[in-house]
Design a protein around this ligand. Structure first.
Ligand code: OGA
Ligand code: MN
Length: 385
């Protein structure tokens, strides 16, 4: 049934160059004052920056709708939060509103430390994810159960070595993903905070708007995607990032992270726009073969990560922080390189409390499998991208 041989799966363009700015620097946003450049067609219907209470908001990307109705936005830099003390509930409510609409919020030079990073994160949801490496299995440099060490630094201060399992584990983060889609109880927000001096030569994180990408799909494709369920597996993205080292996860790794099942098409928070919930962790469309699943999943990831849906954020100073919503965006890191300098970024991850937090039930999986088998493969009239 498959139109693709398994060997083609690895040849899809899922490894990205470790440079940003890329060849076309006009496509790159440092998000640094006047250096911002508009990326989308048409005029935005909001000023370049505007006030919301005590906050100043500078949107990053906008899209004008075909019908000429109001623009949609993705990403915003927010100034005016007083990080020197606990953030007031009023400001938290305003920030959440912004987050629902923009999906990625960037803050500069917050001056937050570990405990205030965690304290602010706790204001955004009831539970934080516990760092799986905290109990001594791997690097435990930070010493806080609620902070993930996303740095390239070992406990003794040395830079992570190319032959280490941690190095290979990190390579999967350079593939487009959402955090924790491989958990049955998924997470909604991630807050990544930089400590110390940024990397020499630039340090970037890239973001893609999965809502706008969904909106722009042809209707007949949307119809065929509507009821699909996806199996997400952390070890799948680790294998794509590092096919030899992560050919098979170690038994304790597999036991710690079994696969999880979520709907492909979901409703984003806030205005309830539809969005694609997809990531490099996505391994199977329930009811389809591995090859056919990967074919669709990577076509969709490529669709979502066309330059018009993507901006890249440069980490400029210690204290910079980015807060994204995993339910309505994808992101990726730059991969480790042998010439990299220390990059100390730490992440708090907030467990979802929305209606799709727990993905789909066993019964829904069985029903989706049945339906997908009956409908058969999704056929594209022409390549999407
Ligand atoms: C993460 C992540 C990107 C980066 O923390 O989840 O993907 O640039 N980070 O480190
Ligand atoms: Mn991530």
């Amino acid at each position: 049934m498959s139109v693709f041989e398994a060997s083609h799966i690895y040849s899809l363009p899922r490894v990205y160059v470790n440079t940003c700015p890329g060849a076309d620097t006009s496509l790159v946003l440092r998000l640094k004052g006047s250096e911002e450049k508009p990326r989308c067609e048409g005029k935005p219907d909001r000023p370049k920056s505007f006030r919301k209470g005590s906050l100043t908001v500078t949107p990053v990307l906008h899209h004008s709708s075909a019908s000429g109705k109001r623009c949609t936005y993705f990403g915003a830099q927010v100034n005016g939060v007083d990080w020197s003390q606990a953030v007031s509930e009023d400001v938290v409510a305003q920030l959440k509103e912004l987050q629902d609409e923009y999906a990625v919020l960037i803050f500069r030079k917050t001056g937050l430390d570990n405990s205030r990073h965690v304290a602010f994160s706790r204001q955004l949801g009831q539970d934080l994810e516990i760092n799986p490496f905290f109990y001594g299995r791997e690097n435990d440099r930070i010493g806080d159960p609620f902070l993930w060490d996303v740095s390239n630094i070992n406990r003794d201060g040395s830079i992570v070595q190319p032959d280490s399992r941690r190095w290979h584990h990190s390579l999967g983060n350079a593939l487009w993903h959402t955090d924790s889609s491989y958990h049955q109880e998924r997470s909604k927000y991630s807050l990544l905070l930089s400590h110390g001096t940024p990397v020499r030569g630039g340090s970037w994180t890239h973001f893609a708007d999965t809502r706008q990408a969904y909106q722009d799909l042809p209707q007949h494709v949307k119809d065929q995607l509507e009821d699909l369920v996806v199996e997400h597996d952390l070890w799948h993205s680790r294998r794509l990032g590092s096919p030899t080292t992560f050919k098979e996860p170690l038994p304790h790794e597999r036991a710690a992270k079994p696969p999880a099942y979520h709907r492909l098409v979901q409703q984003a928070p806030g205005q309830g726009r539809k969005t694609l919930y997809i990531a490099a962790h996505a391994k199977l469309i329930v009811g389809w073969s591995y090859e056919d699943s990967q074919e669709l999943i990577w076509r969709l990831i490529e669709w979502c990560t066309q330059p018009k849906y993507v901006f890249s954020m440069e980490w400029l100073d210690g204290g910079d922080m980015v807060w994204w919503d995993n339910r309505q965006s994808m992101h990726r890191a730059n991969p480790y390189t042998t010439s990299m300098t220390a990059r100390d970024v730490r992440r708090a991850t907030i467990i979802d409390d929305g209606p799709s937090a727990w993905g789909v039930t066993e019964e829904e999986i069985a029903a989706a499998k049945h339906k997908a088998e009956q409908l058969g493969l999704l056929r594209w009239d022409s390549p999407l991208v």
